[in-house]
Design a protein. Structure first.
Length: 255
């Protein structure tokens, strides 16, 4: 038994969509547990800024700019990791977007974009990472679900469908990759204070609804998800696979 089951020293973690928001918090959490982290996003300037801030705090940080929804770019990024000898031990499939519109007004193109980025990209990046993890006989995949992995909310249908898919993708990964030494799990965040949710946090009615509906009576902070991510990325969860853990202040457990 290692002395610290949560120690990630010597591991490298790729976190998609990590220049800000939840992804950044996951990167900070994994780095503080000892991992080298690879930040990803499409805006190189923003990535460099985030990397500089994290290095300032003493973390070991690389950046890899690519669009998770562009399969050729994903494959090229993993080939670049291979060339550089960068082995991704931990993948956090975090990149996501939201698009709020009632279904009767929703264009198919917007539906597809949300599904592509939130769901299909998790499969594509997951496949590329897992092919390499399988060769090494170990790896951790942490997908990011949502309360909408279980429950619908009006105006966010494609996101709901994508996140329901992420829950089942996690189980499919667990089913196929367990024998290769890979554990795949998911985190289901509750309502979090992020840029993506700005339209919700700044809406007094929505704010009151979230606080009324959440047993902890408040929104979650991105850093409050870090511990769950460290757990699922570390040896502490070595016999846990196919699970989605809700970090939601208790919201999904109550009516
Ligand atoms: C929304 C929010 C959601 C929530 C999520 C909680 O627009 O409904 O952005 O994505 O944050 O459902 O898990």
């Amino acid at each position: 038994m290692p002395t610290n089951l949560f120690d990630l020293t010597g591991r490298t973690a790729l976190i998609t969509g990590s220049s800000r928001g939840l992804g950044r918090a996951f990167a900070e959490g994994l780095a503080s547990a000892g991992a080298r982290v690879v930040l990803n996003g499409v805006n190189t300037e923003r990535l460099e800024q985030a990397a500089a801030e994290m290095r300032e705090a003493g973390h070991d940080v690389l950046i890899s700019a690519f669009d998770v929804a562009d399969e050729a770019a994903v494959i090229a990024a993993f080939e670049a990791f291979d060339t550089a000898g960068t082995e991704i031990d931990i993948l956090v499939n975090n990149a996501g977007i939201q698009f709020r519109k009632p279904m009767l007004e929703l264009e198919t193109e917007d539906w597809r974009r949300v599904i592509d980025i939130n769901l299909t990209a998790a499969f594509v990046v997951g496949r590329e990472a897992a092919r390499r993890m399988a060769g090494r006989g170990r790896g951790k995949v942490v997908n990011i679900g949502s309360l909408t992995s279980e429950l619908a909310r009006a105006t966010v249908a494609p996101y709901t469908v994508a996140k329901g898919g992420v829950k089942m993708l996690t189980k499919a990964m667990a089913a196929e990759w367990g024998e290769k030494g890979i554990q795949a799990n998911a985190i289901g965040p509750g309502y979090m204070v992020t840029d993506m949710n700005e339209a919700l946090t700044s809406n007094p009615e929505f704010d009151a609804w979230v606080k009324g509906r959440t047993p902890m009576r408040r929104w979650g902070l991105p850093e409050e998800l870090a511990g769950t991510c460290i757990y699922l990325a570390s040896d502490a969860s070595n016999y846990v696979s196919g699970q989605i853990i809700y970090a939601d202040g208790g919201m999904i457990s109550v009516l």
